[in-house]
Every structure is written in structure tokens, then in C-alpha cells.
Write a protein that binds this ligand. Structure first.
Ligand SMILES: [Zn+2]
Length: 269
């Protein structure tokens, strides 16, 4: 599932490729991909893309007419720029047409969605409004007080988008390994120093993953349809039974808070 680094990679690609471009036409193949409200074509066609940004795992495509197209990639969403008139692949739900290229939204499992909202209403959209801050947008002190104020196991807490946004199953595992924290550790009992380390580890892991253009685990690709490379740098995620690169102990996988957690039982305490 695309997490912060994958979504940021797509956002950076789209910013470069579609900013300033005018939307000439829109074709919706699957109406229900517009989960909340089917948009009026006239609110999209004719507008120019003014910016592309990220909020948590959401992609925000700002239009010159005051609307914003929101895209959530769900589990298997792909948002890719292709030459004009490219074949519409199976599971492509929406095509936006520009001069010289098209933007395809493809999603096999359809956990993702698209939405069109007025930029003025953005803050009131429930699924955006309730999001916790991005690790990049807060200082260590704020991160520490957010985590300490909860009384939950750290792994499911990091996955909760309403507490801290952007981390999913891959990066929560990798960040906890980097910070040497056991995924079952109770957040309220963690010392300030460990939490400062956790914040620093989050930033370091996420930055490295963005540099590697994300992790292609299932079918994630960037805005040009190219796979990321960070899956080659995973140290615990998807490595159950393999030796820990720091200490040689076998990486464990356990279900914690209904999600699987990968960790080193020796390094992470
Ligand atoms: Zn280890």
C-alpha cells in the first residue's frame, strides 16, 4: 500500500509533469471511484493545474478554478502520466486529458478513490480534517507529546492516521527497527529520549525512502509508471525468518493490533 514516501514521489512527479497544464477532457470509466459525489465535468474541464501537494497519504491536485481533485491510492492505486491516446488498461477508472499527454487513475482493488472539493472547503472534509500531523511538519517536542498522550502499543499507534499521518505497515516497521523500539511498547510509558529518537528515525527512514522513490511491494509505481527501489533496503518488513543485519537474530512477524509487525526480537526492546 502506498505510504508517505510513495505518495510524495507521485506528488513530486505530477508537480513536474502536470503543473501549469490545462485539462482538455475527462473520461470516467468507473463512476463509483468518485466515492463521495460525482463531479460536474464543467468544474474540471477547462481548468489548469496550479499545484500538486500531499496531505498524509492523500494527493491534492489544485485547479485554477478553485477546485481540488483529491486522490487516495488505497492499496493498489496508480496515477500515471502517459502519452495522449495511450491504451486504457483494465482497472483504469478515470482519464484526464491534457495537450500531449493523459493522466490515468488505475486501481485493481479499488480501495482508493477520487473526490472533487472546493479549495475553501478542504479543511472541512472529514477524512482530511481528522488527520494527524505529518512527521515532517512537527518538531520533536510536539511528536513526543502526541505519542505520550496516548496509552497504546506503539505499532498500531503509528498506523493510526488520526494521530500521526503518512506511516503505514511498511514504514512503521522500518522506523521502529531504526529506533530499536519493540512494536508492543506502550506509548505513554516511553521516555522522552526514546521518543525523540523515534521522531528522528521516522524522518531518516522516510527521507531515504523518498530518495529511493518509494517501495514497490505490490504494484506501486511512480508518476511515470516506474517502480521504486526502497523495497531493497527494507531491514525488517517482509523479512520474517531472515537474519537481522545488525545482530543476526531471526526477524519475527507477529500480529499486533490486527496488523502484522516485523521486528528483531534482540535489537528492539
Ligand atoms: Zn537485531
Amino acid at each position: 500500500m502506498p505510504e508517505l514516501p510513495e505518495v510524495q514521489t507521485v506528488v513530486d512527479d505530477l508537480k513536474e509533469k502536470i503543473s501549469g497544464a490545462g485539462i482538455l477532457d475527462m473520461k470516467t470509466i468507473t463512476r463509483s471511484i468518485w466515492r463521495y459525489k460525482y463531479p460536474r465535468k464543467r468544474d474540471i474541464i477547462g481548468a489548469t493545474v496550479s499545484n500538486v501537494a500531499r496531505r498524509g497519504k492523500f494527493i491534492l491536485v489544485y485547479l485554477s478554478n478553485g477546485y481540488v481533485i483529491i486522490v487516495h491510492l488505497g492499496m493498489t492505486g496508480r496515477l500515471t502520466v502517459t502519452p495522449s491516446g495511450s491504451k486504457i488498461e483494465k482497472h483504469t477508472h478515470v482519464v484526464l486529458k491534457f495537450a500531449g499527454f493523459d493522466l490515468h487513475y488505475n486501481d485493481i482493488r479499488r480501495f482508493g478513490f477520487m473526490d472533487l472539493v472546493g479549495a475553501d472547503n478542504l479543511a472541512k472534509i472529514p477524512y482530511l480534517h481528522k488527520l494527524g500531523p505529518d512527521p515532517f511538519d512537527i518538531e520533536g517536542d510536539e511528536f513526543i507529546s502526541i505519542i505520550k498522550s496516548k496509552n497504546r502499543m506503539i505499532k498500531p499507534l503509528l498506523l493510526d492516521q488520526n494521530v500521526i499521518s503518512g506511516l503505514g505497515n511498511i514504514y512503521s516497521d522500518e522506523v521502529l527497527f531504526e529506533a530499536r523500539i519493540h512494536p508492543r511498547t506502550i506509548s505513554s510509558k516511553m521516555g522522552r529520549k526514546r521518543l525523540a529518537n523515534l521522531h528522528a528515525a521516522s524522518l531518516a527512514v522516510l527521507r531515504d525512502a523518498i530518495k529511493a522513490r518509494g517501495s514497490s511491494i505490490s504494484n506501486y509505481v511512480d508518476g511515470s509508471g516506474v517502480k521504486g527501489l526502497y523495497q531493497n533496503s527494507h531491514r525488517v518488513y517482509g523479512r520474517e525468518g531472515e537474519p537481522c543485519e545488525k545482530c543476526g537474530a531471526r526477524i519475527k512477524r507477529e500480529i499486533i493490533g490486527s496488523r502484522s509487525a516485523h521486528f528483531c526480537p534482540r535489537c528492539q526492546r
